[in-house]
Design a protein around this ligand. Structure first.
Ligand SMILES: *Cc1c(COP(=O)(O)O)cnc(C)c1O
Length: 398
């Protein structure tokens, strides 16, 4: 079978064909190599592998054929030279920071990043004298002003969670370039099917594979993507010597997940758009956040930068926390869970869960209103999701 050249094919072809490494048994689906170590044909070969005189597998903490297949497939889809799979999305962020930073360095991060990422920066990296400043995601002046001589990374997610604010990646890449910094984009919400940050100048792309890449809420995993030069030694050595490795079992689940990613992202986006439109202007609903709505502040940027608008819809219900909680508790289909990107639709109250560590003042500044609810729209019938929300809303407002 010919090796798949990523430059020749579209993302859908790469999603099902890239990274295949047939064993000679004639298998059509990708095999799963559940093995911790690999055997050598003799002592000399073992010595050559350890001395890195001969390429090949030694131990699954650093290389495994199933993990490699997932890495090659995702790299092809993102348009990256290199992908390093990790034990979780947080493992990917930690490995990136440990690999690319040293004591004394400084990160400028969007304020609207995943809560655990903020904890990692504030509570762990800070112990190793890595400084951190936060700015508004689309406040480009603030990004530029926050950069110091020590700044090495600019870090963001777009669209943001839960308000779906969108940053112009190319504009931030230009700022990063001017100041000799690396631009790191967590592409979890869009996946390479909807957005390819490398085309807009990003240096590193991060994934929590746990979300849409799996797509059915089964496995925890992550990935770091970028050039060989940037990641090859630096980030790969964190895995090799530090150990936040993806298991081959999880890699196989994600590998198969990638095959349907494009279809799923289209369906998530289509269903979410319908729910967002239906919520808009409904009695009791104060505001709806979805990049596909014409009144979203970065709707045009989203159209330019993304292929579609994704599966996350947030809205504010009148009546604050009490009403929001009643609405959540009165849904029958939506799962009350903080996970997202699942085929099952989920519902979350950010102010008391994912964003509970913020002070009231910070919540107000970040627009995490007491009545804010986040939906991750799955693959149920949209009519059933609307009915469920309709019934819950009626009970909540009573
Ligand atoms: C979930 C998530 C992470 C962390 O990923 P885990 O796989 O849970 O470690 C990072 N970034 C974003 C945007 C996420 O949604």
């Amino acid at each position: 079978m010919a090796k798949i050249d990523p430059d020749r094919y579209g993302v859908n072809t790469l999603a099902v064909r890239a990274g295949r490494q047939p064993t000679g048994e004639g298998e059509h689906s990708e095999p799963m190599f559940l093995t911790s170590s690999f055997v050598f044909k003799d002592a000399a070969q073992a010595a050559a592998r350890f001395a890195e005189d001969e390429p090949g597998n030694i131990y699954s903490r650093f290389t495994n054929p199933t993990v490699r297949a997932f890495e090659q497939r995702l790299a092809a889809m993102e348009g990256a030279e290199r992908c390093i799979a990790t034990s979780s999305g947080m493992g990917a962020i930690l490995s990136t920071c440990l690999g690319l930073l040293q004591a004394g360095d400084h990160i400028v991060s969007s304020r609207s990043v995943f809560g655990t990422t903020v904890n990692l920066f504030n509570k762990i990296l800070s112990k190793f004298d890595i400084g951190i400043s936060y700015v508004g995601l689309s406040d480009y002046t603030a990004w530029e002003e926050a950069i110091t001589e020590k700044t090495r990374l600019l870090y963001l997610e777009t669209p943001s969670n839960p308000l779906t604010e969108i940053a112009d990646i190319q504009r931030l890449a230009d700022i990063a370039r001017r100041h000799n910094c690396l631009l790191v984009v967590d592409n979890c919400f869009c996946t390479p099917v909807l957005q390819q940050p490398f085309l807009h100048g990003a240096d590193v792309v991060i994934h929590s594979a746990t979300k849409y890449l799996d797509g059915q809420g089964r496995c925890v995993g992550g990935a770091v993507l970028g050039s060989n030069e940037l990641l090859g030694e630096n980030v790969f050595n964190v895995l090799k010597y530090g150990g936040p490795t993806m298991s081959p079992f999880n890699a196989w689940v994600f590998l198969k997940g990638l095959e349907t990613l494009s279809l799923r992202m289209q369906a998530h986006s289509r269903n979410a758009a319908q729910v967002a439109e239906w919520l808009t202007g409904r009695p009791g609903i104060e505001k709806v956040y979805y990049p596909g709505l014409a009144d979203h502040p970065q709707h045009e940027l989203a159209q330019r930068q993304q292929k579609d608008f994704g599966g996350i819809v947030s809205f504010v219900v009148n009546g604050g926390k009490e009403t929001a909680w009643r609405l959540i508790d009165n849904t029958e289909l939506f799962s009350i869970t903080a996970n997202l990107g699942d085929s099952k639709s989920t519902i979350t109250h950010p102010a008391t869960t994912t964003h509970n560590r913020l002070t009231d003042e910070e919540k107000e500044r970040s627009a995490i209103a007491p009545g804010l609810i986040r939906l991750s729209i799955g693959h149920e019938d949209v009519a059933d999701l609307k009915n469920d929300l309709d019934g819950a809303l009626a009970k909540a407002l009573n």
